[in-house]
Design a protein around this ligand. Structure first.
Ligand code: ADP
Length: 301
């Protein structure tokens, strides 16, 4: 097969691993810098141009689109779809997953376990918003944040009010969320491929840190997940319409709660902590499922 990996950097672990697996299996593989793809929208035949040539003959693409290039990146993926090229994650699903609020709304409609979450515009509604999510301690999240930046724990009502008002004053969009204390600064990252969790790791925040992000000094280890966690992760990826997803769960007393669904999950932490060949399983999925013009808008919203 001819497979394109849409990635800005050949040297990243995930990109390197995907290239390695493709080569081992005799596929033709190329790393395509997403931001160097350009397209002629008016042409009756959809095309992608790249450093002066036309990209042709691809059977599948694997988008690895960073949060900062979502808009341009999804336009490139969409153009591949217009050309009939199979993308492991479709552009609409990537766009959907990048909006934390929209994602939570879609998952709540399907009855998935979620932390109680509120969203408001006016500072006049802050008191009631805090009450709505069960009071303090609570977590305040910038909608545009990634890697744990813009996620704040407010322990008291006074702290919560002032942080929420400050963010609102800056016109930042924020979510207010129930704090899941019993998660103990840990979360579970489930790597979903197709309708299976192929690897799962527990990430534990550094001492005194409630955020478990590896970028914030957290550590990861292999974890055995429960059937309920497995089912929740698969359902979350499915609702978002993602064939490949990193689903982050919090272990709450009332069961697994979905915190986030990531459409370009990193492979380094999960492969190293679980010893699983996740890149191989992604390529297996492509070998089984990539057909021309197979793109369809899965999920809704
Ligand atoms: P980001 O997308 O920036 O990583 P997250 O929403 O995943 O932001 O939050 C970062 C980390 O903070 C999570 O991995 C988790 O450990 C912790 N966290 C987030 N929300 C909650 C919550 N409601 N209760 C307890 N811990 C949370």
């Amino acid at each position: 097969m001819k497979i394109g990996i849409l990635s800005r950097n050949k040297k990243l672990y995930s990109t390197r691993r995907l290239v390695e697996v493709c080569e081992q299996r005799g596929h033709e593989v190329r790393v395509i810098d997403t931001l160097r793809c350009y397209m002629n929208i008016n042409s009756s035949k959809p095309e992608i141009h790249y450093r002066g040539e036309i990209l042709e003959g691809y059977d599948a693409v694997i988008p690895r689109i960073g949060a900062s290039v979502t808009f341009y990146g999804t336009a490139v993926v969409r153009q591949f779809e217009m050309m009939g090229v199979f993308s492991i994650n479709e552009s609409v699903a990537i766009t959907r997953s990048r909006d934390k609020l929209r994602s939570l709304q879609l998952m709540s409609r399907k009855g998935l376990g979620l932390p109680k979450t509120g969203f408001a515009h006016s500072p006049d509604d802050v008191q009631d918003l805090i009450k709505m999510v069960g009071g303090t301690p609570l977590v305040i999240k910038l909608l545009e944040g990634t890697q744990g930046i813009g996620v704040v724990l407010a322990e008291t009502k006074k702290a919560a009010e002032s942080v929420i008002e400050a963010f609102m004053g800056l016109k930042a969009n924020i979510l207010v969320q129930e704090f899941i204390k019993e998660a103990g600064g840990a979360d579970i990252r489930c790597l979903v491929v197709g309708d299976k969790v192929v690897a799962a790791m527990k990430r534990q925040g550094a001492e005194g840190e409630f955020r478990s992000n590896l970028h914030r000094g957290g550590s990861a280890e292999l974890v055995k997940i429960t059937p309920a966690e497995r089912a929740t992760a698969v359902k979350a990826a499915n609702i978002m319409g993602l064939n490949m997803a990193g689903v982050d769960l919090l272990r709450a007393e009332r069961g697994p709660l979905v915190m986030e669904v990531n459409s370009s999950p990193g492979l380094e932490g999960i492969e190293q902590s679980t010893g699983k060949d996740v890149a191989g399983m992604l390529i297996d999925f492509i070998e089984k499922n990539a057909r021309p013009n197979k793109t369809r808008t899965r999920g809704q919203g």
